[in-house]
Design a binder for this molecule. Sequence first.
Ligand SMILES: [Zn+2]
Ligand SMILES: [Zn+2]
Length: 194
Amino acid sequence: MAHYGNNEKCSVDVLSVGYLTPGVAGTVVLARVSERIVILDPGMVPTRQSILSPLAALGIDPESVTDVVISHHHPDHTINIALFQNALIHDFQATYINDTWTARKAEGVQLAEGLTLLETPGHTPQDISVAMETTEGLIIYTHLWWSKKGPEFDKYSVDQDQLTQQRQRVLDLDPAWIIPGHGEPFKPEELSYK
Ligand SMILES: [Zn+2]
Ligand SMILES: [Zn+2]
C-alpha cells in the first residue's frame, strides 16, 4: 500500500489501486489530517474487503471515518459510500449526511488545513479533485487522468477542451504526485499519452 507524508501534515494512503481491464475498479484513498479521517472515492473494487482490509491494517474502523469525498457521480467511484455510516459526504455541490443536504460550492473548501477541494470539470460537469499537502509535497487525487497514460482523449468526457484546461490547472499547481481515478500514483513527468 503506497503511503505518503506523516502526521505533521496530511498523510495519504492508497487503499486500493483502480484499473479498467479486466473489470472496472476505482482508486480508493485514505487521507488523514488533524481530526479528519477522509475516504476519497469508495467506488468499485473486487470486494468490499479491498477497502476494509487495508483500513483495518491501519487500525481504522469504518465508523470512525469522518468524511467521504467523491470525485464525481459515476458508480465506479461511489458504490461503496454506505460502508461509512458516520461520514459527511462531499461532492461538487453540497455536503450530505442522514437527511441533511447542505448546498455549497466545492471550489476552495478546506476539510482541514492542507486538504482542499478543487472544482475540475471536464470528464463530467460535476468533477472535483482533492489537493493534499504532505511532508512529501502536494498530492492531488483526481479523475482528470485515469492513469499515467491519460488517456489524452477521454471518450466519456462531456467537454474535452475543459478537461484539457483543468489538467493544465492541476499541473500548474506543481504536484509531487497525482493519484488518478484508475491507476497507480504517478509523478507529473511520468505522464505519457502513448
Ligand atoms: Zn467517470
Ligand atoms: Zn472512473
